[in-house]
Design a protein around this ligand. Structure first.
Ligand code: C2G
Length: 131
């Protein structure tokens, strides 16, 4: 039984998020997702997410290829989360290429290609134009 772990904000869920989660699940038997807390997201992107953390967690938990979800409180706690959930593989989109190679000693680290042409930031900008 092998376990895959991945992390992300997953705000305003879109097809890029679905694609990466679905592909991540194919690398193991179980998929664990760390959803960034509102505070972590603010520190990364200097804005609050559209959906609060408990809603983002509930949305990701409802996906059929996701087995367990927790709130990721800090980028620096990755090693702790990997060990806690006994993850064999860490998967991230290739916008993070190389950034998590330091965890290679505790699990396999893989970066999958991002889905082109869509992002939460672009969606927010597009929705704003309608107002
Ligand atoms: N993603 C993708 N294609 C897109 C948009 C996003 O494959 N068009 C992937 C990202 O590469 C990431 C995941 O979807 O692996 C979640 O993306 P975000 O919600 O933007 O997450 P991010 O803010 O990058 O948080 O600890 C790591 C961070 O928490 C990652």
């Amino acid at each position: 039984m092998s376990t895959v772990i991945t992390f992300g904000t997953f705000d305003v869920l879109h097809i890029g998020h679905i694609n990466i989660l679905q592909r991540a699940r194919e690398y193991g038997d179980k998929l664990i997702v760390g959803v960034s807390s509102d505070a972590l997201n603010f520190s990364k992107k200097q804005r609050n997410p559209v959906y609060p953390e408990m809603e983002r967690k509930a949305i990701i938990s409802s996906l059929k290829f996701v087995d367990e979800v927790f709130i990721e409180e800090s980028l620096e706690l990755k090693a702790e989360y990997i060990k806690k959930y006994n993850a064999d593989v860490l998967i991230m989109g290739n916008d993070w290429e190389g950034r998590f190679d330091c965890y290679n000693n505790i699990c396999e680290v893989k970066y999958l290609p991002r889905t082109d042409g869509i992002s939460t930031t672009e969606l927010i900008a597009m929705i704003k134009k309608y107002n």
